[in-house]
Design a protein around this ligand. Sequence first.
Ligand SMILES: Nc1ncnc2c1ncn2[C@@H]1O[C@H](COP(=O)(O)OP(=O)(O)OP(=O)(O)O)[C@@H](O)[C@H]1O
Ligand SMILES: [Mg+2]
Length: 298
Amino acid sequence: MADQAERLRAIVQGQRDMGSSRPKGASRTIVVASGKGGVGKTNLVINMALTMGQLGRKTMILDADLGMANVDILLDLKPVYTLIDVMSGKKELQEVILRGPYNLEVLPGGSCIPEIINMDTRQREQLISRLSYLENEVDILFIDCSAGISRNVLSFIAAADDLVLITTPEPTAITDVYSVIKIVDKYCMHASVGLIVNMVGSMREGEQIFDRIARVCHNFLNLKLTHVGSVDFDQHVQKAVINCSPYVLQYPRSRAAQATQQIARHLLGVDTAKLSGRKENGFVRRLFQRWVGETAER
Ligand SMILES: Nc1ncnc2c1ncn2[C@@H]1O[C@H](COP(=O)(O)OP(=O)(O)OP(=O)(O)O)[C@@H](O)[C@H]1O
Ligand SMILES: [Mg+2]
C-alpha cells in the first residue's frame, strides 16, 4: 500500500516537473493552424492561452493572421501601434503589446508580415533581437495563423516547437487538415503533430474522427498524430464571441470551456517538442531564417 502511494506521488511529481521544468529563456511556441477556415483556431488559441494564464503560465499570443487578424477583437482590446512603429523606431515593442486578462499578452503582427519580410538586414536584426527577448520572457507563445497552407503559414509551422491542427467533423475540414498534415510530413517539419477536433456532437465523435485521420497517417505517412482533445459544438462559444468575451471566462462551466481547459492542461503536460526533438535557436530566429531564405530565393 505504502509502495503504491509512493509510486503515485512520483507520477504526480513527474507530471508537475514536465510542466514546470522549462528554464527561463526557453519558452515553448505552439502554432495553431488548420486547412479549412472558420474551424475555431482563434477562439481555441485565446481560451487555451487564458486557461494556461489561470494556471500561472505567462502566455502570449502572436496574431499572425495576415488577412483577418482578430485576436484583439475577441478580447475586446484596442491596438494603437503596430510592429511597423517598432521597425521605424517610433515605439518600443512593449508599447505594441496588448494586455488581456490573466497576464495574457497579445502581439498583433499579421498585417505587418509583408513589410517585415522586406526589411533591410540592420532593421531585421534589430527586430529579431527585440522579439527574441520577448519570446524568452514568456512560458508559452501561441501563434494564431491564417487558414490554409500559404508560404507564411508554413514558415510559422516549421519554426514553432509544436504544431496543433484544428479540424471539425465536416468532411471538407477533414480533407483540408489532411492536406496540411501531408505537407508537414513531406518536408519533415514535425515528427509529432497534435490534433483538436472542434465543434463535435459528442466526445465519441471526436475520437472517431481522430482515429480515422490517424489511421491514414499511420498507413501512408511517417509522422505521429496525437489527439490533443475534442471540443463540443456549444452555443456558449457563439454567445461569447458576440460579447467579445472569452468563453472560459464568461461561461467557465460550459461544455466548450471545460473541454478547452482539459486540452490546455493536456498541452502543458505533454511537450510534443520533446518527442520530436527540440529545435535549435529560438523560434523568432528560426522564423526569420526561413523568411530571409525565401526572399533570397525569389
Ligand atoms: N466549439 C464551438 N462551438 C460552436 N461554435 C464555435 C465553436 N468554435 C468556434 N465556433 C464558431 O466558429 C466561428 C469561427 O471561429 P474562429 O474565428 O475561432 O475560427 P478560425 O479558425 O480562427 O477562423 P479563420 O480561419 O477565419 O481565422 C466563431 O465565431 C464561433 O461562432
Ligand atoms: Mg482565426
